[in-house]
Design a protein around this ligand. Sequence first.
Ligand code: ADP
Length: 623
Amino acid sequence: MGTDLMGKLPLREHIRNMKKILRVVTDMDRWYFFFTSFVHLINVVVPYIQLMLSAYILDAILEKQDFHQVFFITALVLVIILVLNFIASSIWNRMEVRRERIFSLYSCITQTKMLNMDFSQIDSPKVKELQDRMWRDNNWGAGINSLFWQFNAILYGCFNIIGALVVGAPVVGYVLHSRQYEPFLVLLLLILLTAVGMKAGVYFKKKDHFFMFTFPQEEEKEDLSDFSWEFAEGRGFHYKNGKDVRIYHSYDLLKRWTTDVYHNKKFRRRLKDGAVGLAGSEAVVSVLHTAMEGGAYLMVAMMALAGGISVGNVVRLSGCLKNLFSAIYGVIQDTAEFALTARKQVSTLEFLEISDEMYKGKLPVEKRSDNEYQIEFKHVSFRYPGNEQYALKDFSMKLKIGEKLAIVGMNGSGKTTMIKLLCRLYDPDEGEILLNGVDIRKFKMDEYSRLFSVVFQDFVLFPYMLAQNVAVDVDYDRELVRKCLTDAGFGEKLQEWEKGETTYLNKEFDDNGVEISGGEGQKIAIARSVYKDAPFILLDEPTAALDPLAEYEIYSNFDRIVGTKTAIYISHRLSSCRFCERIAVFHEGRLVQYGSHEELVADTRGKYYEMWHAQASYYQTKK
Ligand code: ADP
């Protein structure tokens, strides 16, 4: 569910949220608001200088003062104003660049967090739900960006109030000391009006905000009311879906979740609410402004009529009063908006505050040139967070050094889970995994993960150069990259590509980038695992997207690719595993058989025999 922005929240919660989000922003740039405050100070002071200058000129004309002196003072003040304005705009322009920088940094911190937090956390239902909320709360990307102008507006408003009070102090003094009640009553009326206006303003602003920035609640999902393009993409409006849309005539289905929204009753009501919010908010502002302007003139006129106040002071004081009330109103309204912005960022802040749970280990991993690393699973059981079912149950096995082990089993039998546990993406719930007799949890995590090269089924390639994808680094050993690519069966393509290993994968960073097929991607991923040169190489269905010829090519090169490393090879195609010395058969999270192909196929009551014969006709034609 999206954050319920219309729900009540105690004031101290609002303040806490605002403080938190400000801290995140100021941690990224301590000086941003300091410098913008300086600009606001100038922006507040300049109009008052102008106001006082007008008052001075008026009084000077009426009092027939010396022209030269008036001219000199006017010119001097104008130069000061010019210099101040120049300073303010120079600083402001720099601050705009810094604001962009903070904004970009902020956009990156959730991604950075995501890439650095425990993998097991990303996968947990709790974090997934939080990510969902974050996405909804940041809908339209308006969240953090509005914080800058809101907080700057608050700062500006506060300076404005101080300025009005300082410059307009005589009015307060006058009202307090005068025996007239009328200006006092007007002042009271203005205060009352501001209070009422604030309440109404906040109400309308909330309505407007709710429409603009919140995501429909779960029960409204069918009546979507978000029409951003990204959102439409999420609902299936993507060019890649073009084939299916045409063949299955699925446009009507997709349209129901997107464009149909415009004709939907709930959406129209939301639209109306948004319009009422916006119109109401603007109406309150105009009414208040007019009333304040009128009230200010009325008060000053009363004081002037009662005597003892110059024409210049009439100008000066009416300006101050007008400013004072609109600044107070503005600060309250901007603070209310800021509170809403901060509230929308709560999910992001919560996400950033998730702390890692896995023990990161302290023991260094011994570097061995002979690759004598032995792994043993001892009664390992594991359930994914939020899952009742065990993905792996009481699994015990020793991985012999230099062994080529195949793991076979049906989908969902726990093969990938075993690899994830081995790489410490998760820790077992029961049992332990040992490296040379020591629980792997004790080893420094980043050193331990260097022992493994893995090609996951859902491997990721980046839109960078081919070579950088293989080396997973900006710098790379060109010859080694080419060798690994050739060993992985990518040699021909490498020759074909004009820019060879410096070709970009896809066009995000280079117009001449190349779109690659699933099979080509898999070969690159295999090359990457070889380049890493780790003592263990783990391949999870590495040939699933390859044609039989390419698959054959990988097998024939397998010994060269893997060398003396310990290798685990996962596949659901049994014939793909025959070249491995040992085969482990998984079924429903358990290791049910273990042995060579000949031994396993001889056991006519075993799972392997059953699977082998079920797939026999297929394999016979492929062999
Ligand atoms: P295999 O690799 O043999 O196809 P997996 O190890 O991927 O099987 O999955 C084993 C079981 O764990 C399956 O029932 C699967 O649905 C479940 N599972 C896998 N990944 C997750 C996950 N991230 N969250 C919850 N359950 C999962």
